[in-house]
Design a protein around this ligand. Structure first.
Ligand code: KG4
Ligand code: ZN
Length: 336
């Protein structure tokens, strides 16, 4: 089955075509150069740039795959969660395409698609497994019982892991998106140079809270500035990266025992982080668990992962009606 998928949930316009779990084409038009001057994504600019890019990207995708729209069996689109203006561009384009061609339209949840990035990287991977989804907006531990059956066992209470990285990186003067630069700079730093807190979470021990850690880093930077002392950026990046990794590993350990999982799957933009990948891979090796992580180019937002999840949504009968809407927030467990 050939699926053409569209992803516009944040600041990347992406179109991909896959046949079963094999990618025929995957294009991403990144807007990072536009947003870099503002130090973060400006939603109005993001929506406008999606509108400018999407038609051309669609034509390019078909032409690079040497296909016509008639060769495609279904259209898939990210419809939630994300920036509402951005999502609406993709959803409306996909609805128009499905309506004009008479092809089925498959709505895909953004976090489900991040997990599905692993189905492309490892074509033999099958649920059940334990997924750690860490991105700019989410830090979730998810018991993936089947391709379309999810149970969230730990979730973001405040700032997500990526948000914490990005805001701290910005305070250190690093360009957007900070997480990527912070990871690179951390390689040359001492992870024990700064002692940073691992905030406690009341209630569910699997829930994540990174805002206390972010505040601690920002306070250290500001206090140093006031005293006229330069912080060592390499050491701060390494210390923050290590602390985030330790927090994640602690929770992953509990979740693995709780769910008796044998396979650990990383997903989301932050799963590109080299320290997190190394540490969790090592943890899996020590504990005889299978370790999966998307290829680096499929960790961040892309449409190939949307198409991969769409395969299973389609098999599960999840076909959108022509009144499909976009939603800024939506739980991964229950769809609209
Ligand atoms: O999944 P994603 O592309 O978009 C969302 O759905 O949020 O994730 C983007 C996030 C950003 O916060 C970015 O800084 C972070 O992923 N990120 C990283 C790395 N690469 C991307 N964070 C830490 N280390 C990286 N290597
Ligand atoms: Zn994402």
């Amino acid at each position: 089955m050939k699926i053409l998928a569209i992803e516009t949930s944040c600041d990347d316009t992406a179109i991909a075509i896959i046949q079963d779990r094999k990618i025929l084409v995957s294009l991403v038009a990144s807007q990072v150069d536009e947003h870099i001057v503002y130090g973060g994504v400006v939603p109005e600019i993001a929506s406008r740039m999606h509108i400018e890019a999407i038609s051309n990207l669609y034509k390019q995708a078909l032409s690079r795959a040497n296909l016509k729209i008639d060769d495609i069996d279904a259209i898939a689109v990210t419809y939630a969660p994300g920036l509402i203006g951005s999502l609406l561009v993709g959803v409306n384009f996909a609805k128009g395409l499905a309506l004009s061609t008479g092809k089925p339209l498959i709505p895909v949840h953004h976090l489900r698609s991040h997990i599905a990035a692993n189905y492309i990287t490892d074509t033999a991977l099958t649920p059940p497994f334990l997924a750690l989804v860490i991105s700019g907006g989410h830090s979730h531990l998810i018991n993936v019982k089947d391709y379309c059956d999810f149970e969230v066992i730990g979730r973001t209470r405040d700032d997500a892991a990526g948000e914490c990285f990005d805001k701290c990186a910005r305070a250190m003067g690093l360009p957007y998106p900070g997480g990527v630069h912070l990871d690179r700079i951390a390689e040359n730093g001492d992870p024990n140079a700064y002692s940073l807190p691992k905030p406690k979470v009341d209630g569910n021990p699997l829930d994540f809270s990174f805002s206390g850690l972010k505040t601690a880093v920002l306070n250290t930077i500001n206090n140093s500035k006031q005293k006229g002392i330069e912080i060592n950026i390499e050491n701060m990046c390494a210390s923050l990266r290590k602390t985030v990794t330790d927090i994640i590993l602690d929770k992953l350990q509990i979740a693995t025992e709780q769910t008796n999982s044998k396979k650990i799957v990383l997903a989301g933009g932050v799963s590109a982080n080299s320290e997190i990948r190394r540490t969790i891979k090592e943890f899996c090796k020590k504990n005889n668990l299978e370790f999966y992580a998307p290829e680096l180019k499929y960790c961040g937002d892309n449409a190939a992962m949307v198409a991969a999840q769409a395969l299973y949504e389609y098999k599960n009968g999840n076909i959108a009606k022509s009144d499909l809407n976009a939603y800024a927030t939506l739980d991964i467990e229950t769809l609209k």
